[in-house]
Write a protein that binds this ligand. Structure first.
Ligand SMILES: Cc1cc2nc3c(=O)[nH]c(=O)nc-3n(C[C@H](O)[C@H](O)[C@H](O)COP(=O)(O)OP(=O)(O)OC[C@H]3O[C@@H](n4cnc5c(N)ncnc54)[C@H](O)[C@@H]3O)c2cc1C
Ligand SMILES: NC(=O)c1ccc[n+]([C@@H]2O[C@H](COP(=O)([O-])OP(=O)(O)OC[C@H]3O[C@@H](n4cnc5c(N)ncnc54)[C@H](OP(=O)(O)O)[C@@H]3O)[C@@H](O)[C@H]2O)c1
Length: 545
């Protein structure tokens, strides 16, 4: 009997999951809440470009078209590239648009039985006759957004070939599937909103407060008109904040400077060529990975990493010296306290919009450090200051709660707690895809790198081989041991940002593990020198190589 695979989300990860599931003979259905594919690339602020050089952000079997000559294509170019990929591999017909998954619920072995398992799902395999099914409850987002037309006739319209279907109520269709791939993204939908004590939050402020997500949703012209002639305060100093502050300064100049409130200075990069040397030579080749302690490394590799630690420090200082000089960080009091190694190991290296610090110098952007802040009637009160910062509009570019989005999709409270794990640890996914104690389910796109398309593709290929039966997973105990080793790595190198689950600066080591599982040769370069020093990227894993 054919096993039914459901994929939730049709961003880059969901499209890749679909393509590779098809390659193994499955007929997946993809549920997408929006009316189109592309996820975060559907709509961004005008300033947004790809931050990753495009050579590192491409499908291994579908290179960028020659018409895109820029190294950092804009949102429209990225979106068109993703769309042409979906069309090329005929993926659109597998997608149910405007279909939001409200929840997923596992029906099968009891929790007690599951606790007694020593292997994932009791057999270390994705499918088995002893296993249960996932019930996927979906909502029609068009009907939801227009209640007047909301009516579904029971029993019609949802019966897919070979799919068992229930109607739980008149309005919630439920699909039963054997395997779920969660590709719901982590930088959208659920904003991270700072918390404030009573009477110190946005409720006391007479101006407007919005999250970067709402600003992003506006069309370019409306966004520019919206901020025009307003005193704007942007909270945050990562990519959304940098881009939005830049747009406000372009709209308002020095007449109405945009204030950026930040907690932590960051090593945002002006480009990827520190002192003329490509950054990839310092962080994305095998040699650079010899300089850090790796999860599960043996004695010799550990010794080597310790002996080479001065070089690791020197690489970081080399890059820092370039960024400091190029962006004049000391002049603006913006030199971070942590190392560049930590920044890149946590996948936090944003690119600074061109001329950002020129705007700071001219006064149309004001950078203000605030360990914490609250609201008052006229604006924002910075911790330690008595006079409020007068403001008309506060834009919270404070990121997203991807972990909450992941957690909330499960009905079972046990699975909810399992999937996000302890707040004192990174999200506990084996190979960053599988929770050892949640059967018949994988997550793609939560753990990050600095080139997420490439990372999601590697994971989807690995997952397809697992679904196709090429290999089995180790015992739950062994998977948990591996997860703990990666957690240790993330805490060592990403500092307080270990929950970002970044594998960026250890991508080759990570890929090696996926390759070994799949029975591929992990060494993808020609010759010893190339293997050691050439940066790795998606094309090293192209199907023909
Ligand atoms: C503005 C922006 C720029 C970025 N630039 C870069 C970059 O330059 N380089 C880089 O490596 N990474 C970048 N990223 C990170 C980016 O998240 C990834 O590169 C990648 O596009 C993520 O794809 P995804 O499919 O995993 O998630 P998403 O793109 O978030 O897609 C998730 C999809 O799932 C759908 N969905 C969610 N919940 C449900 C549900 N319950 N039911 C049905 N559908 C659902 C959503 O509608 C969405 O379409 C950027 C992120 C943002 C926000
Ligand atoms: N390609 C592009 O052009 C582009 C554009 C936009 C976004 N993106 C990507 O999208 C992802 C999300 O980016 P993002 O900038 O929206 O979010 P983010 O990277 O999570 O950054 C959030 C920012 O908000 C700050 N912050 C969080 N909570 C706060 C609080 N309570 N008070 C004050 N400040 C707080 C953080 O400060 P601390 O650092 O001090 O914690 C950080 O500066 C990233 O991967 C990013 O690279 C890419």
């Amino acid at each position: 009997m054919e096993r039914q695979v459901a994929i939730i989300g049709a961003g880059i990860s969901g499209l890749l999951a679909c393509k590779y599931a098809l390659s193994k003979g499955f007929h997946p259905v993809v549920f997408e809440a929006k009316s189109g594919i592309g996820g975060v690339w559907t709509k961004t602020v005008q300033t947004t470009k790809l931050q990753t050089p495009k050579a590192a952000y491409q499908f291994s079997d579908f290179p960028w078209p020659s018409s895109v000559t820029e190294d950092f294509p804009n949102q429209h170019q990225v979106f068109e590239y993703v769309e042409s990929y979906a069309r090329h591999f005929d993926l659109l017909r597998h997608i149910k648009f405007n279909t939001k998954v409200a929840s997923i619920e596992y029906e099968g072995p009891s929790e007690e039985e599951m606790r007694s398992w020593s292997t994932w799902g009791g057999a270390g395999e994705p499918f088995s006759s002893k296993l249960g099914t996932w019930k996927i409850a979906v909502e029609d987002t068009i009907s939801l957004s227009n209640e007047a037309t909301f009516s579904v006739t029971p029993g019609i319209g949802f019966h897919e070939a070979n799919w068992i279907l229930e109607l739980r109520s008149v309005t919630i269709p439920v699909y039963l599937v054997d395997f779920v791939i969660l590709c719901i993204g982590r930088f959208s939908d659920v904003p991270n909103i700072p918390e404030f004590p009573p009477n110190e939050g946005p409720e006391v402020f007479h101006g407007k407060v919005m999250h970067s997500m709402e600003y992003t949703a506006m069309d370019y012209q409306s966004a520019a008109e919206f901020v025009k002639a307003k005193q704007v305060t942007v909270v945050g100093l990562q990519k959304s904040a940098l881009d939005i502050a830049m747009e406000c300064s372009v709209a308002n100049g020095i007449e109405h400077p945009c204030t950026v409130l930040y907690k932590t200075e960051h090593w945002s990069v002006p480009d990827y060529l520190p002192w003329g040397v490509p950054l990839a030579y310092f962080y994305f080749n095998r040699f650079s990975e010899l300089l850090v302690h790796k999860p599960g490394e043996g004695f010799l590799l550990s010794l080597l990493a310790t002996m080479l630690s001065p070089l690791r420090w020197a690489f970081s200082k080399f890059v820092e010296s370039y960024i400091k000089k190029k962006l004049r960080l000391a002049k603006f009091g913006m030199v971070p306290k942590h190392s560049f190694l930590q920044e890149i190991s946590a996948c936090l290296t944003s690119t600074v919009p061109e001329k950002f610090y020129d705007e700071v110098e001219q006064g149309s952007i004001v950078l203000k450090k605030a360990s914490s802040f609250s609201f008052c009637k006229d604006g924002v009160l910075i911790n330690g200051e008595t006079k409020p910062l007068k403001t008309d509009l506060v834009i919270l570019a404070t990121g997203f709660r991807g972990d909450k989005k992941l957690r909330d999709i499960f009905v079972s409270s046990t699975f909810r707690d399992n999937i996000t794990g302890s707040l004192n640890a990174s999200v506990p996914l084996y190979r960053e895809c599988i929770h050892p104690r949640i059967p018949q389910l994988a997550v793609i796109g939560f753990s990050e790198s600095v080139s997420n398309l490439y990372t999601s593709e590697m994971r989807c290929r690995w997952l397809a081989e697992l679904l196709g039966g090429t290999f089995r997973l180790p015992s739950i105990q062994d998977m948990e041991k591996d997860v703990a080793q990666w957690d240790k790595y993330m805490k060592t190198y990403s500092g307080q940002n270990y929950r970002r689950s970044c594998i960026g600066a250890l991508h080759i080591w990570y890929n090696d593990q996926l390759c070994k599982d799949m029975g591929w040769n992990p060494k993808r370069k020609k010759g010893f020198i190339a293997e050691l020093f050439e940066p790795y990227g998606p094309m090293d894993y192209a199907p023909s190589s």
